[in-house]
Design a protein around this ligand. Structure first.
Ligand code: ATP
Ligand code: MG
Length: 422
């Protein structure tokens, strides 16, 4: 059922004045060229929910790149274009607007990227994931603010329901499985009965999705306010094992994610830290499988490897008599995210204490003297330089010396000793 409804008041109230002026002008320009222009997707959903969303998506029944160039010139925006997809992005310092050409999609093979061709707004809406994301607002002056809602998205919003548009939706693109869980948990909605049945039926289709696309969805989840809720639901529905069978979306994960948030306030934890906690229960072999499934970039992969490798060494950090230099030597090769993940995840108080000491103090302690200083004092260039600096560093860590003068004495003692021995 198509409902008509005017949302111009909501636009006026909820979007910043500059953006309102921008979209109105854009609507006029598109209309003057005989093209329909629409606000679509998440922002429409969030306008109806009364939630802030400044990621505007516009769809034009015409050429998005040409229109974007015209708009960028008038509004002094930075423009990026993607001719392959016929899309463009306009950016200002505070917000950005994505512009796409209205298109239809045909899925030749499950999970592969679809064939696209320019089409009307109604075909463009039909290619979307859920009814609540399948609404558009007219921006052309004659119909400004009118809601297009061909699939009952507004009703589903009201009843807090996540519903696919057709029964092949998850087969065509199984990333929608993860997306569905993300919206369900973010908005505190429910998957509609048939949608839930289709989702369960199509879980095997997740295998058709490339690592890059799955990683993108997992990153989106990790940027949610409470990612653990999505993983708990994914575990319950047996979606999580498709990422890796040994992953858990349990109370432990929820507790650790919460602790990570507290540690990082007011900023949210990094995607790397969340991933390290998610991967924490894995063996290093399982971790390698996860890294390749998600095609994780090198630096994140290294964080995960460090995390799992350090986990196996935690036992050596439990001895209450460890000297600071020993603690330093055990930890300093690991990335700080991996160390933090271990301190959050480890249940061994002594290990946590030692990690705490390292993170807050030991890692910042350095010798005052440099290699150049040592040479000036008469140490011959070569491996002895590094060795002496290392000794000074350890003596500093263990507070056997605390001043530059003491460092100098240590070097002089070494020189004297060496001279005698030589
Ligand atoms: P969010 O608040 O998570 O950003 P959004 O709705 O803006 O929500 P985007 O990922 O920015 O989500 O995508 C914009 C729109 O594109 C969505 O509202 C949806 O209509 C459509 N979309 C995105 N990904 C898919 C997909 N895999 N299949 C179908 N439609 C999709
Ligand atoms: Mg968005």
């Amino acid at each position: 059922m198509t409902q008509t409804n005017n949302l111009s008041d909501k636009i006026e109230k909820q979007l910043p004045a500059e953006l309102v002026t921008f979209i109105q002008r854009a609507g006029e320009i598109a209309a003057s060229q005989g093209q329909g222009l629409y606000l679509v997707g998440g922002v429409v959903r969030d306008l109806l929910l009364g939630q802030t969303n400044l990621d505007l998506d516009l769809v034009v029944e015409g050429n998005a790149i040409e229109l974007a160039h015209q708009l960028a010139e008038i509004n002094q925006a930075k423009i990026t274009t993607h001719p392959r997809f016929n899309t463009a992005k306009l950016q200002w310092s505070k917000w950005s607007v994505d512009l796409a050409t209205a298109r239809s999609e045909t899925y030749v093979k499950p999970g592969a990227l679809p064939k696209v061709k320019p089409n009307s707004i109604s075909s463009d809406l039909f290619r979307r994931d859920f009814t609540i994301n399948t609404m558009a607002i007219q921006l052309n002056p004659s119909r400004y603010g009118e809601l297009l809602d061909p699939y009952g998205g507004k009703d589903d919003l009201k009843h807090k329901i996540i519903r696919v548009l057709h029964e092949k939706s998850f087969t065509d693109d199984a990333t929608r499985i993860w997306r569905g869980l993300r919206y369900e948990q973010r908005l505190d909605f429910q998957l509609e009965k048939t949608t839930l049945r289709l989702l369960k039926r199509d879980i095997p289709m997740l295998d058709t999705i490339s690592g890059d696309r799955i990683r993108y969805e997992i990153e989106c989840i990790l940027r949610e306010k409470y990612p653990e809720k999505v993983f708990r639901r994914a575990d319950e529905l047996k979606v999580l094992p498709k990422l890796h069978p040994a992953l858990k979306g349990n109370g432990w994960l929820a507790e650790k994610f919460e602790q990570a948030r507290q540690l990082n306030t007011p900023n949210p934890p990094s995607v790397g830290l969340y991933l390290a906690l998610l991967a924490y229960p894995l063996t290093s072999e399982e971790n390698e499988n996860l890294i390749s499934r998600l095609r994780l970039p090198r630096s994140v992969a290294q964080t995960l490897r460090d995390t799992i490798s350090l986990k196996s060494k935690l036992q050596s950090l439990t001895n209450p008599d460890l000297t600071p230099s020993r603690i330093y030597n055990l930890l300093h090769d690991y990335s700080s995210t991996a160390i933090i993940a271990n301190s959050l995840a480890s249940d061994i108080p002594a290990a946590r204490q030692h990690i705490h000491l390292f993170l807050n103090k030991l890692r910042y302690i350095r010798p005052t003297l440099t290699g150049e200083d040592l040479k000036r004092m008469g140490v011959a260039p070569g491996p002895n330089i590094g060795m002496i600096l290392h000794r000074i560093h350890e003596a500093r860590l263990d507070r056997k010396i605390t001043t530059k003068q003491a460092e100098v004495s240590l070097v002089n003692a070494w020189l004297a000793h060496n001279k005698k021995a030589g």
